[in-house]
Design a binder for this molecule. Structure first.
Ligand code: MN
Ligand code: MN
Length: 276
């Protein structure tokens, strides 16, 4: 892993760039996820685990994975443009982007940047929530709304959601309106996942996991995935993963950094898959 930010210029096509997006101004219930990227990095480098993904990829030894640091929100006032530009800068070099949130609102500008490079993108979303609200508490940018915005703008060809266990009437109607494919948690079995063959973007909201596995999130919604289930989902994806994000880690809610450690484990698994 290359960690000097000056090395960004040596990013080549197919390399993976890890980008922190420390932004939580669109959180609805409590703040905290802006601290997510720093905590995941801390656990990744804390020395308690090695840097291997389970398939034998050592992401620390690889010269194809770069940590390019965080998006700097002090420079611009428009958060949407700041994130889209930061992501677009990396994607224009032909590299793939693995972003660390931040609350889930950051996925909208990240997908805007990806859609310019991949016009026929499919999103696989792991989440307790569909995040399809037209508006939440008067905020159309809330972290409960990004996939309504993404579908309205026609940024992706297909949105598949798994882990969902909070659908209400409004969000069911929104899913129908946008043609979102939802496999609710109550109906989950791994063989229901479609066979993805187009460029795929994985957006991983850590509250898709059960709070027992991932307590460090703002919204505890019991009855979610185990860590092993999510690892298997990632490992069984075909090698079409062109981008990913891990969002909604809230260090304020975490115990002993265990959710951040889970985030760093999933970062290794996703990074290895993206280098395939
Ligand atoms: Mn979410
Ligand atoms: Mn969620």
């Amino acid at each position: 892993m290359v960690t000097e930010q000056s090395e960004m210029d040596s990013l080549k096509a197919g390399d993976v760039a890890i980008l922190g997006v420390p932004f939580d101004e669109n959180s609805s219930f409590m703040r905290g996820p802006a601290g997510g990227p720093a905590e995941i990095r801390k656990q990744l480098h804390c020395g308690s685990a090695n840097y291997y993904a389970e398939d034998g990829t050592n992401i620390e030894a690889s010269d194809r994975i770069f940590d390019v640091g965080d998006i700097d929100f002090r420079v611009e006032t428009d958060w949407l443009q700041t994130i889209e530009n930061g992501a677009g800068d990396i994607l224009s070099r032909g590299a793939k982007l693995l972003s660390l949130g931040g609350d889930h609102s950051v996925t909208w500008p990240l997908i805007r940047a990806h859609a310019k490079v991949h016009p026929k993108l499919t999103i696989l979303q792991i989440d307790a929530h569909p995040d399809l609200y037209d508006s939440l508490d008067g905020n159309r940018h809330a972290h409960a709304c990004p996939f309504a915005r993404i579908m309205e703008e026609g940024l992706v060809e297909r949105l598949v959601q798994i882990g969902i266990r909070t659908l209400n009437k409004h969000q069911r109607e929104q899913a129908e309106r946008f043609g979102v494919e939802i496999i609710e948690m109550k109906d989950w079995s791994a063989d229901k996942l479609p066979l993805f063959d187009s460029p795929l973007y994985l957006t991983l909201d850590l509250d898709g996991l059960d709070p027992a596995a991932a307590p460090g999130v703002s919204h505890h919604e019991p009855g979610g995935f185990s860590a092993r289930q999510v690892i298997e989902i990632i490992q069984n994806l075909p090698p079409v993963l062109v981008g990913a994000d891990i969002v909604e880690l809230n260090p304020v809610r975490d115990h002993f950094g265990m959710t951040a450690m889970l985030g760093s484990k999933l970062l290794r698994e996703i990074g290895a898959k993206m280098m395939m």
